[in-house]
Structures are given as C-alpha cells and as structure tokens.
Design a protein around this ligand. Structure first.
Ligand SMILES: Nc1ncnc2c1ncn2[C@@H]1O[C@H](COP(=O)(O)OP(=O)(O)OP(=O)(O)O)[C@@H](O)[C@H]1O
Ligand SMILES: [Mg+2]
Length: 503
C-alpha cells in the first residue's frame, strides 16, 4: 500500500501511547503534506505534545505505524528524526545566549580549515548567506542574548532549516510572544512553507490557528476528532469540536466597589523601567494592566513582589507603607504573584500536585499538636483540583508529568489557596485551553468577590474586557490611559490604539 508515493511527508497511523495511569493517545492518525501548515489543537492534556514527541523520537510509541515519505520508520529516535529533518521548536528558546547568531546556526558543527581550526570567516559567511536566502538580513556576529522573542524563534527555525529540516513542529511557540511580534514570526513561517517545508502548529490561541494554518487536526482526550480544512470551520465550531460542548463566555456583570482602598501607589518611578505611576485599587476590584513588551507592566509587578528593585515613590497596602525585600516578605504582607513563566519558581515539578497546592498554607493545616491535618488538606486539594478541572491520574502525580496547561492550573491553585489581599497575575491564562480560560476567569472573579484586590497583567484585551472593572494602558513606562470596561465607548480598537501609544 505504501510503495506508491501518496504525497504525505508524515503519515502516522493508529498511534497509541500509554503513560502510567493514562492512555495519552488512542489510535491516532496524523497526516502531513510538504508545504502544509497544520494546526494541532485540543484541550490541556489532549495529547498534542505527546503526539509530536513520538514523531520527534522523544518518546517511543506503544502502538501504530510511522511513515516518512512512505517509508516505514519502525523505531523513531531523536537521532533518526534529526537525520530525516523533523525538528521541534519549543516555547523556551534552546539557543545559547552568549554565542553569536552564526555559532548558533552551526550548533557545534563548524567548518574547520586544514589545521583543524575553526574557520570563522567561513562560519560567518555561510551563516549570513543561509539567513539571507531565508529573507533575514541580520548581523550574524551579533550575540543571541540581544534578540527579541520572535527573532529567537525565527532563528530557531532558520537553524533547523540550515540542518535541512523538512518538518518543523511549533509547540506553543507563540505563547511567550508579544502580540506585535507574532506577525513577524508568521510571515517567516509562511515564506518557508512556500518553499515546501511542512509545519505542525500547536496553539491555544485559536485566532492564530485561523490566521496561520491551512488545515487543522483536533484531539480530545487522546482521540482524534477529525481533520479539517481551516476554511470549513469558524471559531465557535472549532471550540465546540475541541471541548465537545459549547463553551460559555465569562463576562462579569459589575462588582460592588464600595470597599476600602487596598493598594495605593503614588509617584512610583524606577529609572529605565517606569515613571510616576499612580494607581489605587479597592477591595474586590479587578484591574487590567496592559501594554507592549517592555512598557514596564511586568517589572512593576515583579518589583511589588520583591523580585526586583521597586524604585522610589510610595506604595501602601491598607494604608500601611509597603515594600517587600523578597517574595516571602511580600507574601507575609498579603501580596501574591503569579509569574508568567511557570518554570521559574512557580512550581515544584518533582513534588506531587497536592503538595504544590497545600504547601503555601501548610501553617494553617497544622493542628494543635503540630501534625498536618490530612483530611482537611485532602478536602482543600480535591476542592481546588475539581474547581479548576486539573487533569491528572491522581493528586499524587508529580507536577512535571502534567500537560503544560494543567501545570499552569496547579500554580494557580497554589495561589488561590493563599487568599492574598493583593493578587498580581501575569498572563494568567497563558497556555490554558479555551474552557480552562473561562474557569480561571471565574476563579479570579470569585477571589475578588471574596475580597482580594486583583491586578491582571495581560496582552489579551478581550479577556481583560470580560474580567476587569478598569483597564490601564502603559506605554514607555507611563500609565497613559484608563478605560472603564462598562463604558460603552470602551472598545478593543480604542485600547489597542492606546497600547501603540496613540490616542
Ligand atoms: N512523561 C509523562 N508521564 C506521565 N504522564 C504524561 C507524561 N507526559 C504526558 N503525560 C500525560 O499524557 C496526557 C497528554 O499530555 P500532553 O502533554 O500530550 O497534553 P497536551 O495536549 O500537550 O496539553 P497542553 O495543552 O496542556 O500542553 C496528559 O494526561 C498528561 O498528564
Ligand atoms: Mg503540550
């Protein structure tokens, strides 16, 4: 049957993968043609990463067949995958920061002269020619550390293509990308597609899937739901296929904002980061803080949480002067923070889910004789797991084995259990599926109702409009505009204009 070329560069048939306690893939077929951009979508834990990990030889399959250009590859390994030209670009750049662009392109395999010494002129020349052929005019002697996120990912793709990649997987590669850089990456991907490279594009940003992909494959709980031409679908239909049901949008209906002021920031400045920030936040209020990458919104939050220098000016919490020397100190004074990068310190990957959730409140769970009140701990953990719909084989599972989005939910559960006065959330819905986004928005709303004052730092304007009472826009270190979400003149377009710095 496969002697004749059927036009597929990748043909995966009946793929099965079993992890202890979960059947991650059940008889999944996956097909890809050269010059195609195929979206791979599904809820957290649906099996997307597992499927591409099998394709790239990271995990062995437990059943099924893999063909590359009609030739069966019995035992795929990462070496074979690399030789065939199958590569994955991950969310977190694997480039080596202190090295130059040219050195990264070659990745250790550099041309040498007769004496066996690296021929730098040749290294730079070849790298430059290669990148120019791909439409990139960059100084290849520049160090990688100065590149923006999009530039790094473009370079990762360019590097893969230098090594002759034919199939490139982008597994949530755009999650950490500032919105204004996504277009740059997409243009580059389209250009390479037009030369015959095939892409597998995994994302929870469905607008991007519609914008970039030619076709889409949907997985749900380890099973394939179907393959579609992107033109056959619209967003509500795609959401329905992903979740198996319609997903109700969250929209807050107004909050009681008669509470007292919890956070009061006046004249806060930090050289090179932000200047003269003023804001007040009431008990039970949710504000959005948005702006382009580098506008100061995230350094402000990190400063409040004691992760960076906060600068000069005044910050008060419930009328008392506030300054945190480190995160522990911030937590003790009632300020909690959800980092954008959950791999930072947000999670203890080697520990089970239940410990990650109960750790911050262990003090409260200890009874008079100093023992952990396990029934209470269990009750609380199960409540959080249920509330956030964390998908795991059990609460004893190590967090590192959860799917990306379920790790994010676990970090979130951990924060919620702290019950802080001020909650700072940096891109709280990053990497979570459509349904979980709505669940997380509900939880944030509930936390506000229970009395927390919440700052959501995000570039997801639609979500901010649905969730917040006010949205503040930062531009080049200053808060330049405030929008009331219930004002009928407030629109995504108006906010985006402010984000770009115009009125
Ligand atoms: N190394 C592992 N050990 C045990 N279970 C695993 C491992 N890797 C993945 N799983 C489980 O397999 C299932 C599929 O996970 P996978 O990472 O493929 O999901 P995903 O679709 O990529 O989700 P997300 O959108 O959250 O990244 C999940 O239930 C996950 O917990
Ligand atoms: Mg994944």
């Amino acid at each position: 049957m496969n002697n004749q070329n059927n036009g597929y560069i990748i043909e995966m048939r009946g793929i099965v993968k079993i992890f202890p306690g979960v059947k991650a893939l059940r008889n999944v077929d996956f097909l890809l043609k050269p010059g195609e951009i195929r979206g791979l979508v599904g809820k957290n834990g649906a099996g997307k990463s597992t499927l591409v990990n099998i394709l790239t030889g990271i995990y062995p399959k437990d059943g099924g067949l893999i063909f590359f250009n009609n030739e069966e590859i019995d035992a795929m390994t990462s070496t074979i995958a690399r030789q065939l030209g199958i590569t994955c670009v991950h969310q977190h750049s694997q480039l080596i920061a202190p090295l130059s662009i040219a050195e990264n392109v070659f990745c250790g395999d550099m041309p040498v002269n007769k004496l066996g010494i690296i021929d730098w002129r040749k290294v730079n020349q070849l790298a430059e020619t290669h990148l120019r052929e791909l439409g990139l005019n960059i100084d290849v002697t520049r160090k990688v550390e100065g590149l923006s996120v999009a530039e790094s990912q473009i370079l990762e793709i360019a590097k893969a293509m230098f090594a002759n990649a034919k199939v490139i997987v982008l597994d949530e590669a755009t999650a950490p990308l500032p919105k204004n850089e996504v277009e740059m990456l997409f243009d580059f991907v389209r250009k390479q597609r037009d030369t015959g490279v095939a892409f597998i594009y995994i994302s929870h940003y469905l607008e991007e899937v519609f914008e970039l992909c030619d076709t889409v494959t949907i997985l749900r709980d380890g099973e394939k739901i179907g393959d579609y031409d992107i033109k056959e679908l619209d967003q509500p239909e795609l959401i329905r296929l992903i979740s198996g049901a319609a997903v109700e949008r969250f929209k807050h209906t107004g909050r009681n904002l008669d509470g007292k002021v919890v956070l009061e920031v006046s004249g806060l400045s930090r050289a090179g980061e932000y200047s003269n920030l003023n804001l007040t936040l009431k008990k039970g209020e949710i504000i959005g803080l948005t702006g382009l990458e580098g506008c100061g919104k995230d350094t402000f939050a990190r400063g409040l949480f004691g992760l960076e220098h906060l600068g000069t000016g005044s910050v008060k919490i419930e009328g008392k002067n506030f300054k945190a020397k480190d995160p522990r100190d911030a937590l003790d004074q009632g300020v909690a923070y959800l980092p954008r990068d959950r791999h930072g310190y947000g999670i203890f990957g080697l520990r089970p889910i239940y410990e990650n959730i109960s750790l911050p409140i262990l003090r409260e769970l200890i009874n008079k004789v100093g023992l952990i009140n396990h029934p209470k701990e269990n009750q609380l953990v199960n409540q959080m797991v249920g509330k956030l719909n964390i998908k795991a084989s059990s609460v004893n599972q190590q967090v590192q084995f959860l799917s990306g989005g379920n790790q994010q939910k676990t970090v979130f559960a951990k924060l919620v259990s702290i019950k802080p006065k001020v909650l700072l959330l940096d891109e709280p819905t990053q990497g979570v599926d459509v349904q979980a986004k709505v669940e997380i928005m509900r939880i944030i709303d509930q936390l506000a109702q229970e009395g927390a004052a919440v700052v959501v730092i995000s570039e997801e304007i639609h979500e901010l409009l649905d969730m917040c009472d006010r949205i503040l826009v930062m531009y080049q270190g200053k808060i330049i505009k405030e929008f009331l979400t219930h004002d009928k003149n407030t629109s995504v377009e108006n906010i985006l204009r402010a984000v770009e710095g115009s009125n």
